[in-house]
Design a protein around this ligand. Structure first.
Ligand code: F3S
Length: 446
């Protein structure tokens, strides 16, 4: 992944003409040529989409990007709408908003596919038909043919796509966005299918929101009365912050001790489930501000929040509130997708044990890491206990649970936030160890 060669500031010197929509976005000559069709009708449609989008955001220009995560897989839900499985037609309509079948040119920016709807090895366990599996495979093959890397994970930063500090990106995915903005100091807004597809084809994204330095300063100060140490603590803390901050930029002060990147992966997923926090600062941990004062740009915070034991308990109670009992028939670990340490830890907890009959245990990880886990023996250990290591997808995104599942347990604030309303199941939320224990006993005892 390379940083764009033309810094945004250099665009000030370029001749800019008004966008076709008469809005705020001004195009460079090269961009104007793209909009006028010099690189084909798909690039023109993509540029038109970006201009309309940028106008709505109030952007005055586009910025080069060479790191796009988000191109979408299409399956039966989409093909039914258009009554076609033609990937070009589906991409034209759903990704770049064109009713015509366009001539899609190869991706101009480095691009990767985020999480998809099915596990390419375990699709039958998901309850998918062979026809659906084939359709998804064709969609992936099509994306690969235009230059998209099929990573199929919500954590591209765990499998090779690690943006540089200051790099302008166009990423989707609510847990990945705070991770790369905060920990890595890359710059992205939470994009969508259409804007990432347009960015992929043009190498541009509106210069708005978190691409601008002035929008990256903290507005709120957050401190904690209680230790935040374990992955579970960080998930609860994140969910509480999102509840209270919505889309603000916080600076978190007073965290003691080393902070584990896995914990911050869970934290980012939680803070962007209950809220829309796309960037946070944690001096000494995150990439940009080294002090609270720097994070706040020397100004007083608009508000200061303090995390207490009562707040902690309220979040845990809320995230367990869909459960009407303690019997568990499904355990889900790996939201966001588990890293190798998490898979190894689950293997350790399950080693020599047996998951209770009637309970399905799935841990989700990127497929590249599943292969490493397999070679390390952890997949075998988990499967000997009766569990399964899944990849490429997750229940909330793929919209599936094991047949007949009624109440699940998870160590993810995000999954327990989304899965009950999406799939009509009840949820229990606790530590990884509590979830593994529930898998072994069929009961929630945390
Ligand atoms: Fe990833 Fe699915 Fe969770 S996309 S963050 S595993 S809801």
């Amino acid at each position: 992944m390379t940083t764009p060669t033309l810094a945004p500031e250099a665009f000030d010197a370029l001749d800019r003409r008004p966008s076709a929509t008469g809005g705020s976005v001004r195009l460079t000559d090269e961009e104007r040529a793209m909009a006028d069709g010099a690189q084909g009708d798909a690039v023109a449609a993509a540029m038109d989409l970006l201009v309309r989008y940028g106008d709505i955001l109030g952007a005055d220009r586009l910025v080069p990007t060479d790191n796009v995560c988000g191109a979408s897989i299409y399956g039966p839900r989409h093909s039914r709408v258009l009554d076609t499985t033609d990937p070009v037609r589906l991409f034209s309509e759903f990704s770049i908003d064109s009713p015509d079948r366009l001539d899609i040119t190869p991706a101009r920016a480095h691009s990767c596919q985020l999480i998809g709807p099915r596990d390419h090895l375990n699709w039958e366990l998901q309850g998918l038909s062979a026809a659906t599996n084939e359709e998804i495979t064709r969609s992936e093959e099509y994306l690969a043919s235009i230059g998209v890397s099929i990573l199929n994970t919500c954590t591209p930063y765990q499998v090779g796509n690690v943006p540089m500090r200051g790099e302008h990106c166009a990423w989707m995915e609510s847990s990945a966005v705070p991770y790369i903005n905060s920990l890595l100091g890359a710059r992205t807004n939470t994009e969508g299918r259409e804007s990432t597809a347009a960015a992929m084809l043009t190498g541009r994204i509106p210069y708005a929101g978190l691409h601008l330095t002035e929008n990256r300063y903290a507005t709120h100060l957050v401190t904690t009365d209680i230790p935040v140490e374990t992955m579970f603590d960080w998930s609860v803390f994140g969910y509480w912050m999102g509840w209270h901050l919505r889309d603000q930029v916080p600076v978190v002060d007073g965290i003691r001790g080393p902070v584990d990147p896995i914990a911050l992966k869970q934290f980012g997923a939680a803070v962007n489930s209950s809220g829309d926090v796309e960037l946070y600062h944690m001096p000494g941990v995150t990439a940009e501000a080294q002090t609270v004062e720097q994070a706040l740009r020397g100004r007083a915070p608009e508000a200061a929040l303090r995390f207490t034991r009562a707040d902690f308990d309220a979040v845990v109670e809320h995230l367990n509130s869909t459960a009407t009992g303690d019997d568990i028939d499904f355990v889900m670990i790996g939201c966001p997708h588990a890293n190798l340490d998490q898979v190894r830890e689950v293997a350790r907890l399950l080693d020599g044990k047996r998951i209770k009959d009637g309970v399905t245990f799935w841990i989700f990880t990127p497929s590249a890491l599943r292969e490493v886990a397999r070679r390390s023996g952890w997949v075998d250990t988990i499967e000997r206990a009766g569990g399964k290591v899944m990849a490429d997808t997750c229940p909330a995104i793929g919209q599936f649970v094991p047949r007949g599942a009624r109440r699940f347990a998870t160590d993810s604030a995000k999954q327990v936030h989304y899965l009950p309303p999406i799939m009509g199941v009840e949820g229990r939320f606790g530590s990884t160890a509590a979830c593994v224990d529930a898998a072994l006993t069929g009961r929630w005892a945390a």
